[in-house]
Design a binder for this molecule. Structure first.
Ligand code: HEC
Ligand code: HEC
Ligand code: HEC
Ligand code: HEC
Ligand code: HEC
Length: 455
């Protein structure tokens, strides 16, 4: 045993012990701080929960490595190494103590390594890791996410989901992504759709049960004109959300996700916006195939075939960005954040947002200047009497920009089409255009009332 102790007194092994001890102490302190709610920022997280355990493990491996090298050295110069194996005799007090110490330290190491692995994985699953560490890359999705109905759902719950297979897949693609960021070789914008997203029904149906939807959902859309009064028009839609349930008489919009129906389609572009072929299979296995005018078999053979699920319509459930500057301003006036009583504010705010700026900081500055200048020059009385309202409009317009336009990622209004609806991008009308025709002459209908009634 004494011999073993001497073997690990080599410089390499001692360096290993020092690394292990220091990183273990620092790790335990940070771990306890974290446990008691003292949260470190996301970058510190990488250091403490990924790099530090790495150093710990590295140190741990140096100890036997040093001993092994030393042993080989001794073996080369001296008697055969077998002669140097220690004779362990637990009746001898010093040896007993050493054995107990080694055992205790090993157990402590196992505990530390498991804690580190657990915390490291948990950390990599956190919203902070996904959304903030590679700040520039994920900023568009992160900003939109924070503002969405799903801002309390962790990124990994949609992007990875439960189960070992997706866990490994996502860690592999995550490693690739870290390299892409380090080498600055990632695409701008990040392409959508996400090629290997987990099947939406696994993901979304953890929380939503589409068989259970029924009835209508009322949506009120407020728009403002470009006149001095920003005149309002309101469209009220009664959307036939319907249900995917056979018992409730599957009907309406969620008819597509009724488990008895299968709708498959082929998209021939990489954003899944051009869909010239659709096949509907009912519960008895009867199929009906619809084709768009003029599509060739060759195009279809090259296309991407999918079974329709939630994200073929809800493709922006937590990363909704306004399709146009006008829409964003309309919504912000409707919510009261931009005072509707400011003359021409709808037109001016939209124009300020549509100009091209090199960065978000530059945009904030110039949007403020454009709006203030407009009121100072053209509506001096308003400018003098209602400075507060003007500043409120400035702040809200700056927020719209920050939330929707990301010059460094080449993301702006309309970059990511939203498939719910049909006004700003084809959406439902990718199929429902009255020109996808089946052999029996039936088409996928565009009849307005089948999806919503309007007031
Ligand atoms: C409610 C589910 C959900 C949550 C939560 C969610 N995402 Fe997404 N995400 C999606 C869907 C759906 C898409 C689009 C997939 C498609 O069209 O293939 C997407 C797309 C993306 C894309 C690809 C680029 C794009 O804009 O389409 C990125 C990057 C992304 N998400 C990052 C994140 C990050 C970071 C978080 C957490 C801050 C997050 N997501 C949280 C559902 C979600
Ligand atoms: C971990 C649970 C969870 C998951 C997973 C989840 N959602 Fe949700 N979703 C919610 C909750 C909770 C709400 C309601 C939020 C509210 O009312 O503010 C919601 C709301 C919605 C809404 C209504 C949004 C609105 O703006 O009114 C839609 C549409 C939706 N989810 C679609 C999806 C889709 C599509 C997926 C899969 C990509 C998904 N959800 C995954 C929990 C989840
Ligand atoms: C054919 C397109 C389509 C498909 C497929 C689809 N949805 Fe929807 N869904 C809609 C539309 C349109 C609305 C109503 C508009 C809105 O809420 O944005 C809606 C509304 C919802 C709502 C809000 C319901 C309410 O009453 O407020 C939830 C939640 C939702 N869908 C979840 C899902 C889930 C989960 C799936 C997959 C199992 C799914 N949807 C599949 C088009 C679709
Ligand atoms: C991939 C193609 C495709 C897309 C995209 C699509 N649909 Fe459909 N939809 C179909 C097909 C196919 C049918 C059934 C036609 C038939 O009866 O053979 C259908 C049927 C319907 C029905 C009638 C259901 C019933 O009660 O019988 C409604 C309502 C509907 N769709 C709404 C929508 C809405 C809203 C959207 C957009 C959010 C949408 N669809 C997007 C393919 C599509
Ligand atoms: C296949 C289903 C479907 C059909 C057919 C359809 N719509 Fe829509 N429509 C939608 C959905 C879904 C929305 C989006 C609702 C939302 O914003 O959540 C929408 C939104 C609208 C809006 C509001 C647009 C806005 O400003 O946001 C108008 C107006 C409209 N539809 C008019 C029509 C008219 C007119 C027809 C007939 C030619 C028609 N729609 C046919 C599904 C359909």
């Amino acid at each position: 045993m004494a011999h073993q102790v001497r073997l690990i007194r080599t410089p390499l092994s001692v360096a290993g012990m020092v690394l292990t001890t220091i990183s273990a102490v620092v790790f335990l302190v940070v771990f306890l701080a974290d446990l008691f709610g003292l949260h470190t920022n996301p970058y510190m997280g990488i250091l403490f929960f990924l790099i530090l355990p790495g150093i710990f493990l590295f140190g741990l491996m140096l100890i036997p490595l040093g001993a092994w090298i030393e042993k080989r050295r001794l073996a080369a110069g001296k008697a055969p190494s077998a002669a140097h194996w220690p004779r362990i005799d637990l009746n001898e007090p010093t040896q007993r103590r050493t054995a107990v110490a080694i055992f205790a330290l090993s157990m402590a190491n196992v505990v530390i390594v498991s804690l580190a692995a657990y915390r490291g994985i948990e950390y990599m699953d956190s919203v902070a890791f996904c959304g903030q560490v590679c700040h520039e890359v994920m900023q568009p999705e992160f900003e939109a996410y924070q503002d969405s109905a799903h801002s309390r759902v962790k990124c990994v719950e949609c992007h990875i989901g439960p189960g070992a297979s997706y866990f490994t897949q996502s860690k592999l693609s995550g490693t690739r992504q870290i390299f892409a960021v380090a080498l600055n070789s990632f695409p701008r914008p990040i392409p959508s759709p996400v090629a290997n997203l987990r099947p939406a029904r696994d993901v979304c149906e953890q929380c939503h049960w589409p068989e259970k939807f029924h009835g209508d959902k009322i949506e009120r859309i407020r728009e403002y004109a470009e006149d001095e009064k920003n005149t309002e028009t309101v469209t009220e839609l009664e959307l036939h959300v319907g249900s995917g349930s056979e018992r409730l008489g599957a009907s309406g919009i969620h008819w597509h996700v009724n488990p008895n129906n299968a709708i498959e389609y082929i998209a021939i572009d990489d954003k899944r916006q051009v869909i010239p072929w659709v096949r509907y299979t009912d519960r008895s296995g009867t199929t009906r195939e619809y084709r768009a005018e003029g599509v060739t078999q060759e195009q279809l053979d090259k296309g991407d075939r999918r079974r329709m699920d939630c994200i073929d319509c809800h493709n922006r459930p937590s990363h909704t960005m306004a399709p146009t500057a006008e829409r964003a301003v309309n919504e912000t006036i409707a919510s009261g954040e931009i005072p509707v009583t400011l003359p021409f504010i709808r037109r001016e705010a939209a124009n300020a947002l549509k100009a091209s700026y090199p960065s978000q900081e530059a945009a904030a500055e110039r949007i403020a200047k454009a709006l203030r200048d407009f009121y100072r020059t053209n509506h001096e009385a308003v400018y003098m009497a209602r400075r507060q309202d003007v500043e409120k409009a400035v702040a809200a317009t700056q927020t719209i920009y920050r939330r929707n336009v990301f010059p460094t990622m080449n993301v702006g209004f309309g970059t990511y089409p939203n498939n719910i609806g049909h006004m700003d991008s084809p959406g439902c009308f990718r199929c429902h255009d009255d020109s996808h025709t089946a052999p029996d002459g039936k088409t996928i209908a565009q009849e307005c009332d089948s999806c919503h009634t309007m007031k």
